[in-house]
Design a protein around this ligand. Structure first.
Ligand code: CAA
Length: 389
């Protein structure tokens, strides 16, 4: 058929607070060049005590519901690796906060940072089956490493919400996909820990192997040639990783690895992630948001996507940009979400880092800190209590 399926709308939210890498570097004695150039990060989003994956996810999705209504949304898929409950989907809280119809299926998906791409692909399967339906995909994560660990500089937090539909206004997702799964322990978080464990150097190597392997499968499945792509949106645990990944892909496939070509492919995808930090599942779609917001006209251009989730699963796929897409962008709101964050000093950041996970099951009222539309009011009787402003 002539039908296309993909991303009809995209909106993101990030946190109340932001910590600059200058502040982190001044505290731990790191040369700032390591952060600004070596890993390519300027600052990291820091959640307030009353923000979490639910409040961020709801904040990201609310403008989509405001624009399109929710009559056609019969499925919500919530992708995260910073889950707040082992049984109940975070998506059910968001469904409630947004006032969606009870005639809806809601589920949470997990495979580290790859989860949102699984959600997108499953959503496309659903709207192919019934093109009158739409699926709300939410990718929401808070990235936390131990204080004073090498991973600390790559923390961040954000949520991306996408409306997946037939005849999409933004990006038409193509077949085929290139797939790769390998059982590796590069990054993981056991149920009893609140911060991730990581073998930093191994995780970078595992990511690069996944890039080459998913690209190889993409080719074997009849995918496009590398030269056809206008840009590449990579998962960005830190923005330098996208440059490393693309360099590896070019080298691995026998292409020239000149700086200008890599900059052209990646340069417009990093602006949001460089200031937000790692948002795990949301990261690759923040790369897309930055590209669409900043690039000259991309109409009908193919974009490459490389989604990587440690542990590990990777997928390479392509999307072409829909004619008229610019009228549907949220560039101003995106810039405002970044600009509204209040800078915190290093001491305040450490306090927030240590305080944000009450784990005793007792009664907690969370201080009112966020100025966003939704907040976590507290915990009572082992239940999370959310509020709309
Ligand atoms: N000026 C410029 N560059 C400098 C510098 C300076 N003054 N000082 C150091 N650098 C460069 C280094 O040369 C190095 O560059 P290359 O990688 O190009 O060689 C870079 O800065 C980083 O230096 P190190 O490797 O020494 O840094 P580190 O030991 O602190 O570790 C890290 C870096 C492994 C990324 C660490 O931050 C980490 O563990 N992060 C979390 C894990 C992660 O993000 N892994 C990514 C792949 S896994 C994934 O993608 C899933 C996910 O989301 C987690």
């Amino acid at each position: 058929s002539n039908s296309s399926f993909g991303i009809h709308d995209l909106s993101f939210a990030t946190t109340e607070y932001v910590l600059s890498h200058e502040a982190l570097a001044a505290y731990n004695g790191t040369e700032i060049g390591k952060y600004h150039i070596g890993i390519g990060q300027r600052s990291m989003s820091v959640p307030a005590a009353d923000e979490d994956i639910v409040t961020l996810g709801a904040t990201a999705a609310a403008p989509i519901i405001a624009r399109h209504g929710s009559d056609r949304i019969r499925t919500v898929v919530f992708a995260t690796e910073s889950s707040i409950d082992q049984a109940k989907s975070a998506g059910v809280y968001v469904h409630s906060l947004l006032g969606l119809s009870s005639a809806c299926r809601v589920v949470e998906l997990k495979q580290a940072c790859y989860g949102a791409t699984a959600a997108l692909q499953f959503a496309i399967g659903l709207v192919r089956r019934d093109p009158d339906q739409q699926v709300l995909v939410i990718a929401s994560d808070v990235s936390r490493y131990e204080l004073d660990s090498p991973g600390e500089a790559t923390q961040g937090a954000a949520a991306v919400a996408m409306l997946v539909a037939a005849d999409p206004a933004l990006v038409r997702i193509e077949n085929p996909s290139g797939l790769f799964t390998a059982d590796v322990m590069d990054f993981w978080r056991p149920n009893y820990l609140t911060t991730a464990l990581v073998d930093g150097q191994e995780s970078v190597q595992a990511y690069l192997q996944a890039v080459a392997s998913s690209w190889k499968d993409y080719g074997e499945q009849g995918g496009r040639a590398l030269e056809e792509f206008a840009a590449f949106c990579y998962h960005q645990p830190f923005t330098k990783m996208a440059y490393k990944a693309h360099h590896h892909l070019l080298h691995h496939t026998g292409h020239e690895t000149d700086k200008a070509a890599i900059e052209k492919a990646i340069g417009q995808t990093v602006a949001y992630n460089a200031t937000i930090g790692n948002s795990y599942t949301a990261s690759v779609y923040l790369a897309l948001a930055a590209l669409l917001d900043q690039a000259d006209d991309l109409t009908d251009q193919p974009i490459g996507f490389l989604s990587y989730g440690s542990g590990s699963v990777a997928e390479f796929f392509a999307g072409t940009v829909a004619p008229g897409y610019r009228e549907h962008l949220r560039t101003e709101a995106n810039l405002a979400a970044i600009a509204r964050r209040e800078p915190v000093d290093h001491a305040r950041y450490r306090e927030l880092h240590e305080r944000s996970f009450p784990s005793d099951g007792g009664e907690h009222l969370t201080p009112r800190q966020t100025t966003g539309p939704f907040r976590l009011a507290g915990l009572s009787g082992h239940k999370r209590i959310y509020q709309t402003r």
